[in-house]
Ligand binder design. Structure first.
Ligand SMILES: [Zn+2]
Length: 310
């Protein structure tokens, strides 16, 4: 079953891209634009706003890499980080990348509650739209924390004018994830996050996973991407992209070694947070050499009418 987009999905304004270069099914690349200290490994240690200046080098490195491969990415920017370092957000937007929302405080959706969630969206959108001069149309929940118990967030996203979301992790992990959720882009509503909806006002882009028998195995970013050997990571990405658009995500704190700036968190958390960061940019570059990537907005404009989650 295929769904058609409502005209509202095509009314994307202030978009700086030319989509005609997307010759075949493009894949999507995004950055959760936050500091090291907003992650669960460091969260209790310091105020995340205080670490924004560490973003300068990884931001430049990412922008250079994206420029080299002539791709436009989506940056899900955390409001608190944008407030602490507005010049970097302007720089990203000036490079032609899409700016989207990662909330304000990096608190999980459930912990914010409907009122707090709505307030954070408004505050972040105001800030990001002012800095980027783009309309903010996409959202990613901190810690992929969208699930059926806080599905009210979907209604609030629609109410606030968002047209897409990429918060569903279609595999159960110890921290997050929805087992049995669709693996590919689909329209979503709050009644059942696992079933493609006939309400076509919000598109969901689940993070890509690899299906092995009954299990969905994560690989397309974060700790999974860093821990996998390079050949396996590249193969999983290219294999997935043969059939469907790959939805790949990155973080600035995974982009190159930043030795000496971390508070002490213990060896195990340190391993989880930083393993293979020194080699990760090269690993990502190998994937960029093999596949075509673009932003969510560009993908929606080009492919948006052909989604059904299958
Ligand atoms: Zn995040």
């Amino acid at each position: 079953m295929n769904f058609k987009l409502t005209p509202s999905l095509f009314l994307i304004k202030n978009t700086p891209y030319n989509y005609c270069h997307l010759k075949r099914t493009a894949n999507i690349i995004s950055v959760d634009y936050e500091t090291w200290l907003t992650t669960s490994y460091y969260r209790a240690k310091v105020n995340p706003e205080g670490s924004a200046n560490y973003l300068e080098k990884p931001t430049s490195d990412m922008l250079e890499l994206f420029k080299k491969y002539e791709l436009k990415a989506t940056f899900f920017v955390l409001g608190s980080v944008a407030k602490a370092n507005p010049k970097l957000v302007k720089k990203i937007a000036n490079h032609g990348h899409e700016i989207a929302s990662h909330g304000y405080s990096h608190m999980p959706i459930g912990a914010l509650g409907p009122g707090g969630f709505k307030k954070e969206l408004a505050e972040t959108n105001h800030l990001l739209e002012d800095l980027s001069q783009q309309k903010i149309l996409g959202f990613r929940a901190p810690f992929f924390s969208l699930n059926q118990s806080n599905a009210w967030a979907i209604d609030i996203l629609k109410e606030c004018g968002f047209i897409y979301d990429s918060s569903i992790f279609p595999a159960r992990t110890p921290l997050y994830g929805i087992k049995g959720a669709p693996k590919y882009p689909y329209f979503i509503d709050s009644n059942n996050l696992k079933t493609p909806s006939s309400d076509q006002s919000l598109l969901e882009f689940p993070i890509s996973t690899f299906k092995l028998g009954p299990i969905n195995i994560p690989f397309a970013g974060g700790i999974y991407g860093r821990f996998l050997p390079s050949f396996l990571f590249t193969n999983l990405c290219t294999h997935f992209a043969k059939e469907k658009p790959l939805n790949l995500y990155l973080h600035p704190w995974e982009f190159g070694p930043q030795n000496g700036i971390y508070p002490s968190i213990g060896w195990f958390k340190k391993l989880l947070a930083h393993y293979n960061s020194h080699a990760y940019p090269q690993k990502i570059e190998k994937v960029l050499q093999s596949l075509t990537f673009t932003s969510y907005q560009a993908w929606i404009n080009h492919h948006g009418s052909k989604v059904n989650g299958e």
